[in-house]
Structures are given as structure tokens and as C-alpha cells.
Design a binder for this molecule. Structure first.
Ligand SMILES: NC(=O)c1ccc[n+]([C@@H]2O[C@H](COP(=O)([O-])OP(=O)(O)OC[C@H]3O[C@@H](n4cnc5c(N)ncnc54)[C@H](OP(=O)(O)O)[C@@H]3O)[C@@H](O)[C@H]2O)c1
Length: 233
């Protein structure tokens, strides 16, 4: 049965006396990190697995329930990680949390240039074709050169933790999520499934060479047919 109120379908309610309905303050507690440092990835898809809609962006498939959780997870995060492809396509701008852009090419997305130190960090590698330009655009402390031909994502996580970031949130995209999973860097996947079918050709939550990563379902929330899963890796 579909409901208008958010409720817990699987997992513990925040207050034992509750009927599973999620109150306003409860959502935050439902997304508490069990320990720190903790790295979670948040993505939205349709029931047929598309992570983009007609516009080629996630905004075309997201809804108000997904946006509520998206904003909450940002609020809970010390730092936001994003693949350069997503930063470019979704037009990422500086936010109230530092943004780490992961890029093999070393290209700093246009809209993330010229900001104060510490707000945009680029994680790239020694052979990145645009490394020299990145060095010109970013202060040395905001450029992480990790690995020779590819970004060492484990080292990236370590370096971010050393900077004091305890709650790390990655907002995709599919190639970055696949690589983070492959390198064992992810603790949690927060996957919103919206009750829509779009067909067509769209990327899925992960993209790239095959991987096989088992997940454990921690919590499943529902509101108006939208399912919000918290999966632990
Ligand atoms: N529904 C959702 O929740 C959601 C979330 C995010 C994105 N999206 C959608 O996904 C699409 C983009 O997909 P995508 O797979 O191309 O996104 P992506 O993973 O963010 O971007 C791929 C690019 O990011 C960089 N990158 C990714 N993994 C890397 C790694 N391990 N090491 C170094 N650089 C790495 C590379 O940038 P360089 O080219 O600079 O080397 C690569 O070309 C967009 O349409 C976006 O709207 C949807």
C-alpha cells in the first residue's frame, strides 16, 4: 500500500512506540553514520534503472522526496565528492561544503573555478593531460595528485580523512561509483528509486567494467511509492 507519509518498511524506527511513520526530526537519525570516518554515495534512479531523464540529468527523474534526502545528506556531510562528468553535466557550483572533483583529465569544471581556497578540491593523477592548467587554477592545497595514470581512490579517501573530514558524501556519477566500489572505498549506498519508467538509453547507477559487490539492506523507507534504501557495502 502506498502512503502519503514517509514510513519505515524495513529497519528500526527511531522511536519504538511509533507505527513506522517517519516524523520530521526522525529522518536525520535514520541516516546517522554508524561510525566515522564514513563514506556514503547517494544516487536516484527510476524503477527501470535510469539515472537520468529526458534532459540527460538527474533532475529530470528526481522528486521532492528524493530532494529532501539529497539535502539532508549534504547537511550531514563534511565534504562532497563528485565525478568530473557529473560536475560538468549537472553544472555543479560551489556549495556550503567543500567539493572534491575526481578527474582523470585534470580539468577543473568551469563553474567551479575562481573560488576561495578550500571550497573546490581536484583529485587527479600525475599524467592528467590538464594538470599544468589545474596547477594554475587551484592553490597547491586544493590539488590532490594521487597515482600516476589513474586516481588512487583509496589514497584520496585517506587524504580527505587526514584533512579532518569524517562524513564523506559522494553524489556520483555512475563511473565514479563503480570505481569507488571496485577499490573498496564505499561504506554505504543511498539509493532512491522513484516510481517511474522511462525506457530509452540512460546510464544506470554504476557504469564501466563489470563488478560484483554484495550489499546489505539497512533501511528501506517509502513515501508515495518512492523507495529510499540505505545499503551497506
Ligand atoms: N541520478 C543520479 O543520482 C545521478 C548522480 C550523478 C550523475 N548522474 C548522471 O550521470 C551522468 C554522468 O555519468 P558519468 O558516469 O559520466 O559520471 P561521472 O562518473 O561523474 O563522470 C565520469 C568522469 O568523471 C571522472 N571520473 C570518474 N571516475 C573516475 C576515476 N575513478 N578516476 C578519475 N576520474 C574519474 C572522469 O573525468 P575526466 O573526464 O575529467 O577525466 C570521467 O570522465 C550525467 O548524466 C549525470 O546527470 C546521475
Amino acid at each position: 500500500m502506498q502512503t502519503d507519509a514517509m514510513r519505515v518498511l524495513i529497519g528500526n524506527t527511531v522511536r519504538p512506540e511509533q507505527d513506522g511513520t517517519v516524523g520530521k526530526g526522525d529522518l536525520k537519525a535514520l541516516y546517522d553514520a554508524p561510525s566515522t570516518p564514513w563514506l556514503r554515495v547517494n544516487m536516484v534512479s527510476t524503477l527501470d534503472g535510469a539515472v537520468t531523464g529526458e534532459s540527460g540529468r538527474s533532475g529530470a527523474i528526481s522528486n521532492d522526496i528524493d530532494r529532501r534526502v539529497f539535502e539532508l545528506l549534504r547537511e550531514l556531510a563534511d565534504v562532497v565528492l563528485v565525478g568530473a562528468g557529473t560536475a560538468r553535466i549537472e553544472g555543479y557550483r560551489p556549495a556550503d561544503r567543500p567539493i572534491v572533483v575526481v578527474s582523470r583529465s585534470g580539468r577543473v569544471p568551469e563553474r567551479l573555478r575562481g573560488v576561495e581556497p578550500g571550497r573546490v578540491i581536484l583529485a587527479t593523477c600525475q599524467h592528467a593531460p590538464e594538470l599544468a592548467e589545474a596547477r594554475r587554477l587551484l592553490p597547491p592545497g586544493d590539488l590532490l595528485v594521487l597515482g600516476s595514470h589513474r586516481v588512487d581512490l583509496r589514497a584520496m579517501r585517506r587524504r580527505l580523512e587526514e584533512r579532518g573530514f569524517r562524513h564523506l558524501l559522494c553524489e556520483g556519477g555512475p563511473h565514479l561509483l563503480r570505481d569507488l566500489l571496485d577499490e573498496g572505498v564505499v561504506d554505504e549506498l543511498d539509493a532512491t528509486v522513484v516510481p517511474r519508467l522511462v525506457s530509452g538509453l540512460h546510464p544506470r547507477v554504476t557504469d564501466g567494467p563489470p563488478i560484483d559487490v554484495p550489499l546489505r539492506l539497512k533501511t528501506l523507507l517509502e513515501e508515495r511509492g518512492t523507495l529510499l534504501g540505505r545499503w551497506f557495502v
